[in-house]
Ligand binder design. Structure first.
Ligand SMILES: [Zn+2]
Length: 238
């Protein structure tokens, strides 16, 4: 079933790196019945995947811990060890994607179909490898404030980062628009930013504005970009 058969608008979220704060993010999304895609690095966990954001220590989950964190949401690739793919040889790019894909499939029992580029970096050589490997979509970090469906799924630009000063104007414009063709609002970020920036209330407000809209399909990146709906829409009240 395609969401565009029933809706003119869709909203989707994308959050990167598989960090501990994702648990809080998922709880908020679930409360508002919204969906996200989580892009994880199978080769990085608590031991090797810890880093600093604005003097705040950030930890990744180990891959084996992730399954209970994301039920109802999409888990997608973010490469095995989070390098900038544009600095790698073809075989290194293949390895970064295939190792991530295989490990995610082993834990979640489903082959991930999408990817977020580490640091948003890509070029023609990277895209050629993604095509060869059958990656269905790939998200950049460049945002365009647009509600258009992407014409090139391997150069998918979200509408805005959650800290974008225009985010609330964009949400209002998206909800108010009289759409006669499919429109999407896509918001991305890292959940650790809310701890570092002290603004979890911002995410709560974003979700509250977008929740429970009869005219907006809330889906994962894969559902929204590949025009799918879950075969049965779970009733996730409470
Ligand atoms: Zn990342």
């Amino acid at each position: 079933m395609r969401w565009t058969d029933q809706y003119r608008k869709a909203v989707t979220f994308s959050y990167d790196d598989g960090v501990l704060q994702d648990r809080r993010l998922v709880a908020i999304l679930n409360r508002y019945r919204l969906k996200a895609t989580f892009n994880v690095n199978a080769g990085l966990g608590r031991k090797d995947g810890t880093f600093t954001y604005d003097r705040y220590s950030v930890s990744r989950f180990d891959l084996a811990e992730l399954k209970p964190i994301y039920p109802g949401h999409e888990v997608a690739m973010h490469t095995f060890s989070h390098p900038s793919l544009t600095g790698l040889s073809r075989s290194e790019i293949v390895s970064e994607i295939e190792r991530d894909r295989t490990a995610i499939e082993a834990v979640f029992g489903a082959v991930p179909v999408g990817l977020a580029y580490p640091f948003g970096d890509y070029d023609e050589a990277v895209i050629a490898v993604l095509k060869e490997l059958g990656v269905a979509y790939a998200r950049t970090v460049a945002t365009d404030h647009s509600f258009r469906l992407p014409s090139d799924l391997l150069r998918f630009r979200p509408t805005a980062h959650h800290n974008d000063p225009a985010i609330f104007d964009l949400i209002r414009a998206f909800l108010d628009e009289e759409a006669d063709e499919p429109r999407i609002l896509s918001i991305w970020g890292h959940s650790y930013e809310f701890d570092g920036d002290g603004n979890w209330d911002r995410f709560e407000t974003i979700c509250r504005l977008l929740a429970d809209r009869d005219d907006v399909f809330a889906g994962t990146n894969a559902e929204v970009l590949l025009d799918r709906m879950p075969s049965t829409t779970p009733n996730r009240k409470g």
